[in-house]
Design a protein around this ligand. Structure first.
Ligand code: FES
Ligand code: FES
Length: 158
């Protein structure tokens, strides 16, 4: 089995992994970071979205070995201690979740989207997050949350 070394939420891990282990499996089953959800395992739903070297990635589309040397951030690494990330706070404020199953992936995708879109329109949010599905269909609250969260992330920045 290959040896890989990667950073997850700022902690470095060096471990042997099976060739066919998905990054989602590494996060959930090996590192026990179960905030990353599995809704389909076929790249459809976005529930498994994490950041790999700053980019939004559906972790079921990537092998763990492909993350060798990467910096991975999961939903568990987003808050600053007890202080929610501005996008998390916006989801709470705008009721951007119902059952919560899609929420970790939605939030991770939204943060990556908002980095490049500081003041997105509703259409831009809907287009930017089209790869993430909410089975509760709570899209209106999610879109409002992402619009607010994006502005909050960039507030005070030049
Ligand atoms: S579990 Fe990865 S996209 Fe659905
Ligand atoms: S809040 Fe239930 S799947 Fe989105």
């Amino acid at each position: 089995m290959p040896n890989i070394s990667l950073s997850v939420n700022g902690t470095r891990h060096t471990l042997e992994v099976p060739d066919n282990l998905l990054l989602s499996g590494l996060l959930r089953d090996v590192l026990r970071l179960t905030g990353t959800h599995i809704g389909c395992d076929t790249s459809q739903c976005g529930a498994c979205t994490v950041h790999v070297d700053g980019r939004s990635v559906k972790s079921c589309t990537m092998l763990a070995v492909q993350a060798d040397g990467a910096e991975v951030v999961t939903i568990e690494g987003l808050a600053d201690g007890d202080t929610l990330h501005p996008m998390q706070a916006a989801f709470r404020a705008h009721h951007g979740l119902q059952c919560g199953f899609c929420t970790p992936g939605m939030v991770m995708a939204a943060v990556a989207f908002a980095k490049a879109n500081p003041a997105p329109s509703e259409d831009e949010v809907r287009h930017g997050l089209e790869g993430n599905i909410c089975r509760c269909t709570g899209y209106q609250g999610i879109v409002e949350a992402v619009m607010t969260g994006a502005r909050a992330m960039h507030a005070g920045k030049a």
